[in-house]
Design a protein around this ligand. Structure first.
Ligand code: HEC
Ligand code: HEC
Length: 375
């Protein structure tokens, strides 16, 4: 009998804790949230004539959300701008501020997603793509970005020989081979939904993140439907990454030859060269990264839970010769390819670290112990 009592209490505790976590906890975080004005009155009340955000989607866009879910777009696209401390999303142009739970209160199915094979879409509607561009992208992303991994959805369109103005002209990336397609109602719903994705309002719990003028997200001018661009990366970042990739891949003076050890795909080689893709060293503290890019690294280190004990001579040809710009670019590159996403590194940041290390012997490699602050 004694055991039955324990057993019963055990069952109730198990169910009770689960209920607290999944029902009460979730409700605490989310359940009572309602649309709100951008700012509250001083006494915390809602101003009489305020507009409330988020606004509800139109019927067409709501149906589009169902299409989005049923076509599996959520497997590769998130709709959540990460907090400033954990991500680089705002700087990269994916939003004007981090997303908060209140942004989603009016959605029947919240399509947050958890994997970013493609760019975050929480603010796609602010990127000023025309409907035609979105249709062409939906029909065949590869006609705009030849190497795109985004799957084409030709079954949402009908190819047309004698187009009317509302049909969509598909031009190949090389300009020839023009086709005309007519969007189905499903395609129109989806585009209406995509255009409606905007978190362009502030809320009492979150304000826009201030951005230096030259890194303005705003909206990039991509109205030319044939331009071969991916808007997910702003120009300044793309340039830095291109320059950084060159350093990464170059095995001659001015290069870092990083690929010879860490591999072109950043995976490294088991037991010898640690990976850069997903590495907490790469995504973490910039100062540490800058230091090892100047002076190298030796001794035991741990990358993503795996131990390595090897030597990285000061990168560069000749060793230790990378300039502030080259280091800034290559680090920005490795922090933002292969699924990595972390803030860019500027030449000024590198120069400041260099200045702080004045007097260090040129080839004196760092050890992990030296770089880990004493507890
Ligand atoms: C296999 C992963 C994958 C799936 C599934 C996927 N996408 Fe993509 N998507 C990508 C990648 C990668 C890119 C970046 C390259 C490009 O712009 O084509 C992208 C880009 C986009 C862009 C352009 C975004 C921008 O800011 O330039 C849109 C719009 C888009 N996808 C919509 C969709 C929709 C709608 C669906 C569902 C029908 C979908 N995607 C399904 C991988 C995917
Ligand atoms: C000759 C091979 C070699 C070259 C070239 C090289 N590395 Fe390394 N790298 C290593 C080794 C080996 C380690 C681990 C050192 C240890 O065990 O202490 C390492 C560690 C690292 C780490 C910290 C651990 C991690 O995986 O995140 C980073 C970051 C890094 N290297 C970046 C670079 C960059 C950027 C370049 C080019 C500028 C570069 N490396 C060039 C061999 C190399």
């Amino acid at each position: 009998m004694n055991n039955l009592a324990k057993f019963t209490i055990g069952i109730f505790l198990t169910l009770g804790i689960a209920w607290l976590a999944f029902v009460v906890g979730a409700r605490e975080q989310y359940g009572d949230l309602v649309p709100s004005p951008q700012v509250l009155d001083e006494d915390g009340s809602i101003p009489a004539d305020a507009d409330l955000f988020p606004v509800d989607l139109t019927g067409m866009a709501k149906q589009g959300a169902e299409e989005y879910a049923s076509l599996g777009c959520v497997t590769c696209h998130t709709q959540q701008v990460r907090r400033v401390e954990t991500g680089f999303d705002v700087e990269r142009g994916w939003g004007m501020r981090p997303s908060v739970p209140r942004d989603y209160v009016l959605q029947d199915h919240v399509l947050l997603g958890n994997s970013r094979i493609g760019p975050d879409l929480a603010n796609l509607g602010l990127r000023e793509y025309s409907d035609e561009w979105l249709h062409q992208h939906l029909f065949e992303p590869q006609s705009i970005i030849p190497s795109s991994l985004c799957p084409p959805s030709p079954y949402l369109y009908q190819e047309i020989d004698e187009p009317v103005p509302s049909d969509i002209e598909i031009t190949g990336a090389d300009g020839d081979d023009v086709r005309n397609v007519r969007p189905s109602i499903r395609a129109n719903r989806l585009v209406s939904y995509l255009q409606s994705l905007k978190q362009d309002y502030e809320l009492p719990e979150v304000a826009f993140v201030e951005q230096p003028a030259d890194k303005e997200i705003a909206t990039q001018e991509i109205k030319d439907t044939t331009a071969i661009v991916s808007s997910s990366v702003p120009d300044w970042l793309q340039q830095q990454m291109d320059a950084g990739k060159e350093v990464y891949m170059k095995a001659a003076a001015g290069g870092g030859m990083c690929f010879t050890c860490h591999q072109p795909n950043g995976e490294g080689m088991a037991g010898q060269f640690p990976p850069l893709a997903g590495s907490d060293w790469v995504l973490g503290d910039k100062e540490r990264l800058i230091k090892i890019s100047m002076y190298g690294l030796m001794g035991e280190i741990e990358v993503n839970g795996v131990k390595y004990n090897n030597v990285m001579a000061p990168p560069g040809i000749p060793p230790g010769s990378l300039t502030d710009d080259q280091i800034a670019n290559v680090l920005t590159y490795i922090r933002n390819v292969w699924g990595n996403s972390a803030s860019a590194v500027s030449a000024e940041e590198v120069a400041a670290v260099r200045a702080s290390l004045e007097g260090r012997a040129p080839m004196q490699m760092f050890t992990a112990a030296e770089l880990t602050p004493a507890e």
